[in-house]
Write a protein of this length. Structure first.
Ligand code: URA
Length: 214
């Protein structure tokens, strides 16, 4: 089988639009989290977003509303975005796992594995210029050996995609001393985006327009 044929068959969601992926997430039965969730949280933002922000998993507020980062951590994320002239509607925001782990525990490996196809397809369709990994779990998903304490506020590369490592916004709520660090790391984001290639148009979302955020 050719490489492109393999790539096309590797993800069971290959060929789906963002909307179709989100509909599939809403009724996903693929792991135990479907039994305790109130609502699945696919993520939100424009398909043509230049940046995708990825957290760990929905918390209580997100589970209630079906939207990512709408609780206290989300308010801080909005503040961080505003500090570099962005509104949340301009970026795509999602999580590694789309359903809330009970009690906000870490997602288990089999839950993360069952959910990976959704994030993979979201990234395939959106083709962001920059993926912002929020917290050590999101960073470890892409860079298992890289420590957030050494890379926060910096850009990383893998397989032709660019990433930006950040402490999770909730860390500032639990550990006040991190707040200034996270704010200061955020100021590096426009620099990380500068100099990256233009966003490529996805065949899956042919109406894609390029956005110039900075
Ligand atoms: N924390 C996350 O990782 N994701 C959310 O959506 C909210 C809080």
């Amino acid at each position: 089988m050719s490489d492109s044929a393999k790539a096309a068959t590797a993800n069971p969601l290959a060929g789906m639009s963002l909307e179709q992926v989100h509909q599939a997430i809403l009724t996903c039965p693929d792991c135990r989290l479907c039994r305790s969730r109130t609502r699945a949280v696919p993520g939100e933002g424009p398909a043509q977003a230049e940046m995708v922000f990825i957290g760990e998993g929905p918390g209580w507020h997100e589970d209630q509303q079906g939207r990512p980062f709408v609780g206290p951590a989300g308010h801080f994320l909005e503040e961080l975005l505003a500090s570099v002239g962005l509104r949340r509607e301009q970026v795509f925001i999602t999580n590694l796992v789309k359903c809330r782990p009970p009690g906000n525990r870490d997602p288990l490996p089999d839950e993360a594995a069952a959910c990976q196809k959704y994030l993979d397809r979201q990234l395939e369709v959106i083709r962001p210029r920059l993926v912002v990994a929020l917290g050590r779990h999101a960073l470890a998903h892409f860079f298992p050996k890289v420590s957030i304490s050494k890379t926060h506020g910096t850009a990383l590369e893998r397989d032709g995609l660019s990433y930006f490592a950040m402490y999770h916004p909730a860390a500032a709520l639990h550990q006040g001393s991190l707040r200034q660090q996270i704010m200061s790391d955020m100021q590096n984001l426009p620099l990380a985006l500068q100099g990256l290639g233009e966003k490529t148009q996805s065949p899956a979302e042919p109406e894609t327009r390029q956005m110039n955020l900075f």
